[in-house]
Design a protein around this ligand. Structure first.
Ligand SMILES: Cc1ncc(COP(=O)(O)O)c(C=O)c1O
Length: 359
């Protein structure tokens, strides 16, 4: 492309960077909150058999009602006023939501630190994004949140529940107050719902401006790219107008149908991950020179007391363990985020960390 062509691109692009994903080949991969378990050979064989009926020459079902019913049966809500919108990963739905409100003067509100995609998507689409810092316990600063709602009148609020990367659930009362105070849409992103002790799923019919976002990624299907949004029928019908037709390919639809028929497998894996999380938290706490924050998700946030996060991150990488260095995010000085892996992976992490902290 010549310079002349570049000048036709939106000028903001020059200052933006593409989303960076580190190469994890050959590494113990504990950076992206994936479920470390695969299906058994038996389930895998049944899945491949199921997929052999795919009609790849045809466009996929544009509106797979059967799959939506399965999702509602497994995850709720089964309230008749609530409908679902399906996305190619929940990232696509975050983008669709910002697209839906992107008009001059519209604003997005979220908190910091939180999932970076909310802000990135707003930036991509030229929408102002205001981030209210969490307090030093990673709780919502409710006075600041309500003041920001008053000041910016956000068209869209994103709240991850549990939050990434702090792993905590916020007060239900605060969330309800935000839902009531906001004139705009409020997205409760329950990506880590399978590992949490609470959910807002049963509140959805009480708040016409609430949308519940969920993903199959953390459950064990990150490679599939599938997420869904639940909200009042009328709201979903409006959002559906800007969904690209056939956004969920037929292999994804069939795999999700198959996966939900085998839902107990995922439920057991999530339970195992929660048990491993507690063991890993204990192992990490025993290392003494770090703080482990309580977690309601499939990852742990730790703060190093006497070593720099950058140093420990690099030392772990040298020992072939990949985690996430979040220490540059607001309020997360010297913090690292580790995904809960298999028992062997968690042991490898503890061993590598012990070594890193002694160097
Ligand atoms: C809070 C939160 N929401 C959504 C996502 C993205 O999920 P998906 O894989 O469905 O795009 C993530 C991924 O890390 C996340 O942390």
């Amino acid at each position: 492309m010549s310079k002349n062509h570049f000048s036709r691109l939106r000028p903001e692009l020059a200052a933006m960077s593409a989303y960076q994903v580190p190469d994890a080949s050959g590494l113990v991969k504990l950076d992206a909150m994936e479920n470390p378990y695969q299906w058994s050979a038996e389930i895998n064989a049944l899945w491949l058999q199921y997929l052999s009926h795919a009609t790849l020459n045809r466009y996929p079902d544009p509106d797979p009602e059967g799959l939506k019913h399965q999702l509602q049966a497994c995850f709720g809500p089964q309230h008749e006023d609530i409908a679902l919108l399906l996305g190619n990963g929940s990232d696509e739905l975050i983008q669709l939501l910002v697209l839906a409100i992107a008009k001059p003067g519209a604003a997005v509100l979220t908190v910091t630190p939180s999932f970076s995609m909310y802000q990135l998507v707003a930036e991509m689409l030229g929408v102002d994004c205001h981030c209210v810092p969490l307090d030093d316990q990673f709780e919502l600063d409710q006075a600041a949140m309500l003041a920001a709602i008053e000041e910016h009148d956000p068209a869209l609020i994103f709240l991850a529940y549990p939050n990434n990367p702090t792993a905590n659930l916020w007060s239900r009362k605060d969330l309800e107050q935000i839902l009531t105070a906001s004139q705009g849409l409020v997205v409760i992103d329950e990506a880590y719902g399978p590992f949490a002790s609470a959910s807002m799923v049963n509140q959805i019919h009480e708040y016409p401006n609430m949308l519940l976002l969920r993903t199959a990624s953390k459950l064990g299907l990150a490679g599939l790219r599938f997420g869904w949004l639940a909200a009042a029928h009328e709201l979903i019908a409006e959002l559906n107008k800007i969904r690209l037709p056939y956004n969920i390919n037929c292999l994804t639809q069939m795999t999700m149908q198959f996966a939900l028929q085998n839902y107990p497998v995922f439920a057991q894996q999530a339970e195992k991950i929660c048990q491993s999380r507690e063991l890993l938290a204990r192992g990490l706490s025993a290392l003494a020179t770090l703080t482990v924050f309580p977690s309601q998700a499939n990852f742990l946030l730790i703060r190093l007391q006497s070593h720099s996060a950058e140093h420990v991150y690099t030392q772990l990488l040298a020992q072939k363990v990949l985690i996430k260095n979040v220490s540059k995010q607001t309020g997360l000085a010297n913090c690292l985020r580790v995904t809960v892996g298999t028992d062997e992976e968690n042991q490898a992490l503890l061993k590598a960390l012990e070594h890193a902290l002694s160097s």
